[in-house]
Design a protein around this ligand. Structure first.
Ligand code: E4P
Length: 235
């Protein structure tokens, strides 16, 4: 049985660091996060692409390639099709674009079948729009590379988003599933901290939430004092 204290199990089950993805299709924000030196990847979705005004298959494909050229890590690119053949066709085209592409597939029946197909072919996947432990179980059984529980959208309907991350992390550890838990729909900096405590493998965050981690009033007060003391003697 797993210990209910998350901290005590980390040392035994975690073989890698927590990864940090940025959740945007905005190239400037991706560059800014990458320049911080702490970025492990990018997630996008059709809404984020639309927000940047990227339309038409060729432009969309070129945009994914541009993102891959900025960052070193995984870049999730989502299929639009919802039928099995369409998901396979789009997913294979996306995967062929760049080795960093991870094909993002919705948590639907045809999506799970497609994830199994992609897993068998060595194409990495991110199972998206996950809102329950049962859905996360299916994603892991299909060998998805990542599963994306949407914590902010659960919080929006008075459900416990971070609680879902904890349940999935525990279930995957108990059964030894290799699917990585990618906490998505993060809305603020405290969500990131809560996902760390819950043992998520990855947090995908808006730039503002990442930058929020830098902030502490005592850091600002301390720095101001150091600099003013220096200036008193050194001018
Ligand atoms: C990322 O993979 C998800 O698509 C994204 O985090 C959803 O975030 P939202 O709920 O803020 O739209």
């Amino acid at each position: 049985m797993l210990c209910s204290c998350k901290c005590s199990i980390f040392a035994d089950i975690k073989q890698f660091d927590m990864k940090f993805f940025i959740d945007t299709a905005n190239l400037d924000q991706i560059r800014e996060a990458y320049d911080l030196g702490v970025l492990d990847g990018v997630t996008t979705n059709p809404s984020l692409m639309a927000k940047e005004g990227i339309k038409g298959t060729e432009n969309i494909m070129n945009h994914y390639k541009a993102i891959c050229e900025i960052v070193d890590g995984d870049v999730s690119a989502e299929v639009i099709a919802t039928d099995y053949e369409g998901i396979i066709r789009e997913g294979e085209a996306l995967a062929a674009l760049h080795p960093q592409i991870v094909v993002k597939v919705p948590m639907i029946k045809e999506g799970i079948k497609a994830i199994r197909y992609f897993s068998n072919k060595g194409i990495r996947t991110n199972c998206t729009l996950v809102f329950s432990t049962g859905q996360a179980l299916l994603a892991a059984k299909a060998d998805a590379t990542y599963v994306s529980p949407f914590i902010g959208r659960l919080d929006d309907i008075s459900s416990n988003g971070v609680g879902l991350i904890e349940e999935i992390v525990d279930m995957y550890a108990f059964y030894g599933f290799e699917t990585q838990v990618l906490a998505a729909s993060i809305r603020h900096t405290q969500h990131i901290i809560d996902c760390v405590k819950a043992g998520a493998d990855v947090a995908t965050c808006p730039l503002e939430s990442i930058l929020g981690l830098l902030k502490h009033p005592l850091t600002d007060i301390g720095l101001e004092k150091f600099l003013s003391d220096y200036k008193k003697l050194n001018g």
